[in-house]
Design a binder for this molecule. Structure first.
Ligand code: XUL
Ligand code: CO
Length: 437
């Protein structure tokens, strides 16, 4: 088979922190055990198909900057097959156990739906063979319901039932192929499920339609016996001015409102969190506190830019706090860390894709080790436990158990007077965290 990444001669190996080799891991050692599981089992790294193989450096002001050998050849179906081969060469050389895709990433849309589906079947056959040959697995599949002009006003929330039906037809196929590839999950990201102006929008009706759509997906999942986990991926805006899956809390409210909470978890993306005015840590903690933590799109934004820059994660505070929440929640089951990230427009060489992923995997490996140390020593945990200890006894316990009301609390307060206050110790805790980074 032709090699599309000839400059990487062998799989990327672990060389330890002293290594100066840009094509080696300094911290990620796949088989090394941390808290009883290997790093590979904890982190469940996935490469994404769209940015890594289909994103070629285009932005709002300019076209592609990257020239990839697998994109040469004219015929779009041939290019699709070459890209799939290149992708699996990349996954194996890098050493990620998983991948993720949208239907339109792997097969170009044809003039008719019948032909599009035939193309999907053909490429899925190849992907299945490559999965078998390499052992790389599918973390999740998804359906692109936002790029084609037919979805300009949304898919499930489109004012037209014909578009709703078209979207359902596309998702049906995407579920079938995700099942065929034995995906551990399936993501719903509502790219255009929002609005640009409320002047033309019936918000209540749109939300009802989205709820209906997801119920149909749940029903179809059962019908075809697809056992993967469903996720919603929150994002507040972009491309629409306002998206209904705004953040973890609004997705949670939506899932409860439409009786969907037992069927979907969340896929938390770091850059979407910051776009919503939250930290990545916050979104993960909210999801974990509500039993909704499913999977993660690992990337980062740029504090000086207000949009979804989808950069590779390198910030050790982010990765440490993320892994701390994930480990405390029991770790990933079906989910993993998908690098929904793209190299910068000037990083035009195929080798840049390796540098980007190696750095991100090392950043999460360090995050994992830091978080494991935090958990082992329990200093943060002990502090928080102590801070809330008042709820484990006396009046606190009675409140939690629902044994007292306002009248009893009034009597208690008259008896005890002004409460004693305690310091929140933020600076102490920030210093403590720094000891682990
Ligand atoms: C867009 C985004 C998507 C989803 C899948 O911001 O994150 O790529 O992850 O559709
Ligand atoms: Co994403």
């Amino acid at each position: 088979m032709r090699a599309f990444f000839p400059e990487v001669k062998q799989p990327i190996g672990y060389e330890g922190p002293a290594s100066r080799n840009p094509l080696a891991f300094k911290h990620y050692s796949a088989k090394e055990k941390v808290l009883g599981k290997t790093m590979a089992e904890h982190l469940r790294f996935a490469a994404c198909y769209w940015h890594t193989f289909k994103g070629l450096g285009q932005d709002m002001f300019g076209l592609n900057t990257m020239r990839r050998a697998y994109c040469q050849g004219g015929d779009s179906v041939v290019v699709a097959e070459q890209t799939m081969e290149a992708a699996f060469e990349f996954f194996t050389k890098l050493g990620v156990g998983f991948w993720c895709f949208h239907d339109t990433d792997i097969a170009p849309e044809a003039d008719t739906l019948v032909e599009t589906n035939a193309r999907l079947d053909r490429i899925v056959k190849l992907a299945k063979q490559l999965q078998r040959d390499t052992g790389v697995k599918l973390l999740w599949g998804t359906c692109n319901l936002f790029s084609n002009r037919r979805f300009l006003a949304g898919a499930a929330t489109n004012p037209s039932p014909e578009v709703f039906a078209f979207a359902a037809t596309k998702v049906k196929k995407a579920l079938e192929i995700t099942k065929e590839l034995d995906g551990a999950g399936y993501v719903f990201w509502g790219g255009r499920e929002g609005y640009d102006t409320l002047l033309n929008t019936d918000m209540g009706r749109k939300l009802d339609h989205l709820g209906r759509f997801l119920h149909m997906a749940v029903d179809y999942k059962k019908q075809i016996r697809f056992r993967g986990q469903f996720y919603i991926e929150p994002k507040p805006k972009e491309p629409t001015k306002h998206q209904y899956d705004f953040d973890a809390a609004s997705c949670h409210a939506f899932l409860q409102r439409y009786g969907l909470e037992e069927h979907l978890k969340l896929n938390i993306e770091a850059n979407h969190a910051t776009l919503a005015g939250h930290t990545f840590h916050h979104e993960l903690a909210y999801a974990a506190a509500n039993g909704l933590l499913g999977s993660v799109d690992a990337n980062r934004g740029d504090t000086l830019l207000g949009w979804d820059t989808d950069q590779f994660p390198t910030d050790l505070y982010d990765t440490t706090l993320a892994m701390y929440v994930i480990l405390k929640a029991g770790g990933f089951t079906t989910g993993g860390l998908n690098f929904d990230a793209r190299v910068r427009r000037q990083s035009i060489d195929p080798i840049d894709l390796f540098h980007a992923h190696i750095g991100a995997m090392d950043a999460f490996a360090r995050g994992l080790k830091n978080a494991a140390a935090l958990l082992r020593e329990k200093r943060l945990e002990t502090f928080v436990k102590k801070r809330y200890a008042g709820w484990d006894k006396g009046i606190g316990k009675q409140i939690e158990q629902g044994k007292v009301g306002f009248a009893e609390l009034e009597a208690y307060t008259f008896k005890h007077g002004e409460p004693e206050l305690q310091s929140g110790r933020q600076e102490f805790l920030e210093n403590l965290l720094n000891e682990y980074i």
